[in-house]
Structures are given as structure tokens and as C-alpha cells.
Ligand binder design. Structure first.
Ligand code: IPD
Ligand code: CA
Ligand code: CA
Ligand code: CA
Length: 265
């Protein structure tokens, strides 16, 4: 089977822009908000609507492809074979509900486990981050330069402050040493946007002990196309088959961050 990646990417980008427009046009509509695993794990009718829109389109245009989506309307994926669309219809649902900003649509398309292209769309700012395997990364269609080396003392890192409190996933003392070492820390509440910010050097690292494949499927391709690094917090590769801890990093500080400041439990 030969796959026309250019056509698929163009089609997917069009769908994402349409979905974004739909969200922007309905920002003042009443949302139906439900909770999932706990009272802070939110999902809205929009998250579901966008995923269903992709499901319908993919099955119509690319019936041999699979969909792995956060809200469960896609396929249940047990192996990486074939073409898999890994979609987060709204990444940053809590921001979407409370702030109406700082959320994104995130899509990574994989073939036999290899990321072929990724798209992250910052809906409110109408900002589009795209990357194609081996062909670079783009911000609103302009090439994103390769990451420049930096010093750890001048780095800005992103992390959720909850991980600086005692927790079962990582050594919070080491992480707070890192927060003291670097120039600044931020927390945006959308993993996809945090990947996009590392790729555009607005941030130099993003650290999180718990993400799902739809949170990082697009971002991983984007970061690798600008010469950045993306691994688990133990330095292992990420896969689209299971949840994982994630370190996204400017390569020049990757080893130091990983070995001196991160210890998974
Ligand atoms: C969440 C966001 C958040 C991250 C969570 C994710 P969602 O995704 O990316 O920043 O800390 O781990 O689950 O649920 O808003 O799509
Ligand atoms: Ca969610
Ligand atoms: Ca997400
Ligand atoms: Ca989501």
C-alpha cells in the first residue's frame, strides 16, 4: 500500500482548522460538562463532538486507517500496525472550561509506530504548529529553526506544581532543586502547547510523570524535527500504545536534567 502523506496531511489540516473554527464560534454556548476519573477530570460535549467529527471523516476518506482518541470513539488499538491517527480533540479541557484559552487540538499520525506528521492547533490564537517526519517543523507555515543550545541556569521549564509536593511518581525534592536551578518555571495546562513551546524555544523543557499517547503523539514529532529530545522520565522511548511519563527537552540540557534532577519511583 502506498500512502500519499502529502494528501493526508493537507486533508487533516483542513479538518483541524474547521474543528477549531467550530470551537471558536461556540465559545459563548452553554457547555455540558461531565467528570471522568475524578471531579477535576473534565470532559465537555465539545471534546466528544470534535472526536466524533474526526471519526466520521477518517472512516469516510481513509477507511483502512485507525483512530486512537481520548474520548473513546475511535478504535481500540493493541498494536502499532498500519496508519493510526492519534487525536486529542481538546488538550487542556480544564483551561477550555475555566479560561476559554490555552487549549489545543492535537493530532499525530503514525505508520507502523513511526510518527509521520503532527499538528497542534492553538485554537484561540489561531496558531498552527506542524511537523513532517524528516522535513522539519513549521509555525503558521513558516519553518521553525533548530533549537539553539542553552545553559541550564538560563532555562525556563514547564511543570505542574503538584509534582513539587510529595507524590508516588517521582522524587519531588530533586525536582524542586531543578526549579531552583533554572531561570523560571511555568505551567500552561496543555501538554500539546507545552511541547509546541519547547519546539519554538519559548520553553526549554517540559516535565510530567503522567501523559497519554494523544497528549504527546503530535508533540513528539514536532520536537524531534527541531532537534529536541523527548523520552520517558527514565530516558526510554515513548510509544503510542501506553501511558507514560514524559521529558521534552532542549538537547543541550537533556542529560543534566535527566540524570541530576529526575528520579522516577
Ligand atoms: C491534560 C492536559 C494537562 C496534563 C494532563 C492531560 P486533557 O489533557 O494536557 O496539561 O497535565 O495530564 O491529561 O485531559 O485536557 O486533554
Ligand atoms: Ca481529558
Ligand atoms: Ca490531553
Ligand atoms: Ca483531551
Amino acid at each position: 500500500m502506498t500512502v500519499n502523506w502529502e494528501e493526508i496531511e493537507k486533508t487533516a489540516t483542513g479538518w483541524i482548522i474547521n474543528a477549531g473554527e467550530n470551537i471558536r464560534n461556540s465559545l459563548t454556548d452553554q457547555l455540558t460538562i461531565l467528570t471522568k476519573s475524578n471531579p477535576n477530570d473534565l470532559v465537555t460535549n465539545k471534546d466528544k463532538e470534535i472526536e466524533k467529527f474526526f471519526k466520521k471523516k477518517i472512516k469516510e476518506y481513509f477507511p483502512t486507517h485507525f483512530l486512537l482518541g481520548e474520548e473513546g470513539f475511535g478504535d481500540s488499538i493493541e498494536k502499532v500496525d498500519g496508519v493510526v491517527w492519534v487525536l486529542d480533540p481538546i488538550d487542556g479541557t480544564m483551561n477550555f472550561v475555566h479560561q476559554k484559552r490555552n487549549f489545543a487540538i492535537s493530532l499525530g499520525v503514525y505508520e507502523n509506530g513511526i510518527g509521520m506528521f503532527g499538528i497542534i492547533y492553538d485554537v484561540l490564537h489561531n496558531e498552527l504548529y506542524t511537523a513532517k517526519k524528516g522535513q522539519g517543523a513549521f509555525f503558521n507555515n513558516q519553518p521553525i529553526p533548530k533549537l539553539k543550545p542553552i545553559k541550564i541556569e538560563e532555562a525556563i521549564i514547564a511543570l505542574n506544581s503538584i509534582w513539587l509536593t510529595p507524590n508516588k511518581r517521582l522524587n519531588h525534592h530533586k525536582l524542586s532543586d531543578l526549579v531552583q536551578k533554572v531561570r523560571g518555571s511555568r505551567s500552561y495546562g496543555s501538554a500539546a502547547l507545552e511541547f509546541a513551546y519547547v519546539a519554538t524555544q519559548r520553553l526549554d523543557a517540559y516535565i510530567t510523570p503522567r501523559l497519554s499517547p494523544w497528549d504527546y503523539a503530535a508533540g513528539k514529532i514536532l520536537i524531534e524535527e527541531v532537534g529536541g529530545v523527548c523520552t520517558t522520565l527514565s530516558g526510554n522511548p515513548l510509544t503510542i500504545l501506553e501511558n507514560s511519563s514524559v521529558l521534552v527537552c532542549n538537547e543541550s540540557i537533556f542529560n543534566e536534567v535527566l540524570t541530576e534532577y529526575i528520579e522516577e519511583k
